[in-house]
Design a binder for this molecule. Structure first.
Ligand code: FES
Ligand SMILES: [Fe+2]
Length: 336
């Protein structure tokens, strides 16, 4: 069966392989991401590290039989030990480590409660980073992980798919308050939409909600949400990480700004629930849709065509990109 996602593989970018809270000191956590077996582990020094799961000696799975000892990872099959750079620093015998016994390591960044790694689609290294957010004024983030049969390009496309906010999420009177802007790997756009709130014995209250969307590649989006009448500031994270070409984990986080006193915890819980509910509304669309290469876009769709040009930078150069067709799609979307 043809793939629903005719993309040239998985896009380069920073992806969340684990939450900080999931990897305690001395713990090894197995993960299957980018169609590879990985381990995330934390040494006695508190540093989170990421490596290929298969021991280069004779292939044991370090996520199953590996142990953290101090800051090294020790394989349970013959006792070879690997440091944070993947060098074999000891064997299980008195022999010196064989030079070819080298464990492949992955970049690891730990920030804002997340352990991120860089995936290079063409094997290339990173040349940009995801910013560390100042979280001093923010409550602890609540996280939830969804398991979805889709691709990160599809879920991230939703952030510019203006039309679906009304149909799928029930917002009304939406407008783009800051047009889409591309700056290398960063895409920004802002919206205002209204959430109808039925009030007892009162006319329908349409609560204005402002969204400032920042997308750093296809694995990391962060949305600042402001609900003025409630003086409420939220931060939302939307973090797809591909397990393989057709399946992702979608990690969703929500936090509220401190300063609401006892209401803080309550609003954080509610905000998290609302965000998860909204993702739930998209689930069937993502799970069953296919990617339409040249969609007959209408103006109300939002800047989908610009997004599709933006995403190309995350894939290695590939044959078949039709710039002329791309321009035509763009014109159809935004007008002459
Ligand atoms: S397979 Fe890991 S030490 Fe031999
Ligand atoms: Fe959506």
């Amino acid at each position: 069966m043809a793939s629903r996602f005719p993309f040239p593989g998985l896009p380069s970018g920073w992806y969340v392989v684990a939450l900080s809270e999931e990897v305690k000191r001395g713990q090894v956590v197995p993960r299957h991401y980018f169609d590879q077996e990985l381990v995330v582990y934390r040494g006695a020094d508190g540093v989170a590290r990421i490596a290929e799961a298969y021991c280069p000696h004779m292939g044991a799975h370090l996520g199953r039989v590996g142990k953290v000892e101090g800051n090294v990872l020790r394989c349970g099959f013959h006792g070879f030990q690997y440091d944070g750079e993947g060098r074999c620093v000891a064997t299980g015998y008195d022999d010196p480590p064989p030079s070819r016994a080298r464990l492949r390591t992955w970049e690891a960044r730990e920030q804002n409660g997340l352990i991120l790694t860089w995936y290079g689609a063409g094997g290339e290294g990173y040349d940009w980073e995801v910013p560390v957010l100042d979280d001093a004024d923010w409550n602890r983030i609540r996280w939830h992980r969804f398991d979805i049969a889709t691709h990160p390009q599809e879920t991230t496309e939703n952030s510019v798919d203006f039309g679906h906010f009304t149909r799928v999420h029930g917002f009304v009177d939406g407008s783009i308050t800051q047009p889409i802007e591309l700056d290398g790997p960063l895409l920004t756009i802002a919206y205002r939409a209204h959430r109808p709130m039925p009030m007892p014995a009162m006319p329908l209250w349409k609560v204005p909600v402002d969204y400032a969307v920042k997308v750093w590649g296809l694995g990391y989006s962060q949305v600042d949400v402001r609900i003025d009448p409630l003086h409420l500031d939220l931060r939302v994270w939307v973090l797809p990480v591909p397990r393989d070409d057709e399946h992702i984990d979608l990690v969703i986080g929500a936090s509220t700004k401190k300063g609401l006193g006892p209401l803080s915890t309550y609003t954080r819980r509610i905000a998290h629930k609302i965000v998860c509910k909204e993702v739930g509304e998209d689930l069937d669309i993502w799970t069953y849709k296919k990617y339409v290469e040249r969609p007959p876009l209408a103006k109300g769709d939002g800047p989908v065509a610009i997004y599709r040009r933006y995403v190309k930078q995350f894939y290695p150069p590939f044959a078949g990109v039709d710039e002329a067709g791309d321009e035509a799609t763009l014109k159809a979307a935004v007008g002459p």
